[in-house]
Design a binder for this molecule. Structure first.
Ligand code: CP
Length: 316
């Protein structure tokens, strides 16, 4: 990987995760995202910035928000794009990830956006392809553009991330969103609390430098913002909870539970939501919720990342 930063606003030529990114780099992406938001508010939401750049969206795992958000970001920037989904591809005939990616790259693709169930798949490709690689979520490892859009939403709401108290609730050990948020928020000077059942907390939690709580009421009372996570049942290898009903009763965010706190924190959720499990509909649709603002910000963040990595001179 190229770590030279000459003539580039970001250290790496790929975005594989937020671990190790400096506050200055995250601020550069968030500031560029604000500039992209201005484009999205115009009557004609399209600029020629990435004309001539070809992007492939390689999605080996299900997605609604991230896939459509990247696709819209590419279209708004006038890039040429192709979409790959595992279903219907030659993966079913035994083709490997690397062969798939190399064959697509041979068609003169410059940027690879990849979502994959295996942690490290984007880094594996970044080491072997000529293209810029952007991680759109790899197993339980990282989901950097999700955390960036979460941080952009929080910055818009609170003005500054420094000193902000953010609690991340739920299935921490299977969550790439939690990991990217921890790295990003800590780099920006926020305080982070992880809260959930002990069976859904990672073993190395002390190394993350965060507060830990197993009581949701404690997290609600402490936090300026709560990022509520979905139970990632597809990544759980064994029964880690007695039942979804029990989880909803113990950890589900309800209006009644929020009402016990002195003030209501801002509510985030990366989606997809399991209404009535980790969050009650009345909370997800309440004035405290910024869930749809997160989705709107996702397009701007992905535009910013695409420009910063493939046409940085535009923003320098
Ligand atoms: N937040 C998120 O990654 O959603 P999708 O799985 O729908 O892309």
């Amino acid at each position: 990987m190229d770590h030279e930063r000459k003539n580039r606003p970001l250290t790496s030529r790929h975005l594989l995760g937020l671990e190790g990114l400096a506050a200055e780099e995250i601020k550069t992406i968030l500031d560029a995202s604000e500039a992209m938001k201005e484009i999205l508010d115009r009557p004609i939401k399209k600029v020629p910035t990435l004309r001539g750049v070809t992007v492939v969206n390689l999605f080996f795992e299900a997605s609604t928000r991230t896939r459509i958000s990247f696709e819209l970001a590419e279209k708004r920037l006038s890039a040429d794009l192709v979409n790959f989904t595992k279903i219907g591809s030659s993966v079913s005939k035994g083709e490997t990830l690397l062969d798939t990616a190399r064959n697509i790259e041979a068609m003169r693709v410059e940027v690879v956006v990849i979502r994959h169930q295996s942690p490290g798949a984007p880094g594996f490709l970044a080491d072997r392809l000529h293209s810029v690689v952007i991680n759109a979520g790899d197993g339980a490892h990282e989901h950097p553009t999700q955390a960036l859009l979460d941080m952009l939403t929080l910055r818009q709401k609170f003005g500054d991330l420094k000193g902000l108290r953010v609690a991340i609730l739920g299935d921490i050990s299977h969550s790439r969103v939690a990991m990217s948020n921890v790295y990003g928020l800590k780099a920006m000077g926020a305080e982070v609390m992880l809260c959930g059942p002990p069976t859904l907390m990672p073993r190395n939690i002390d190394a993350l430098g965060v507060k830990v709580s197993y009581k949701v009421d404690e997290a609600i009372a402490w936090a300026d913002a709560l990022n509520v996570l979905r139970l990632q049942l597809e990544r759980q290898q064994s029964a880690l909870l007695p039942s979804l009903r029990e989880y909803a009763l113990t950890f589900g965010i309800t209006l009644q539970r929020l009402g016990k706190a002195k003030r209501t924190p801002v509510i985030l959720h990366p989606g997809p939501i399991n209404r009535g499990v980790e969050i009650e509909s009345a909370v997800a649709d309440s004035d405290a919720s910024v869930i749809l603002d997160q989705v709107t910000n996702g397009v701007a963040v992905r535009m910013a990342v695409l420009v910063l990595l493939s046409a940085p001179e535009v923003l320098m």
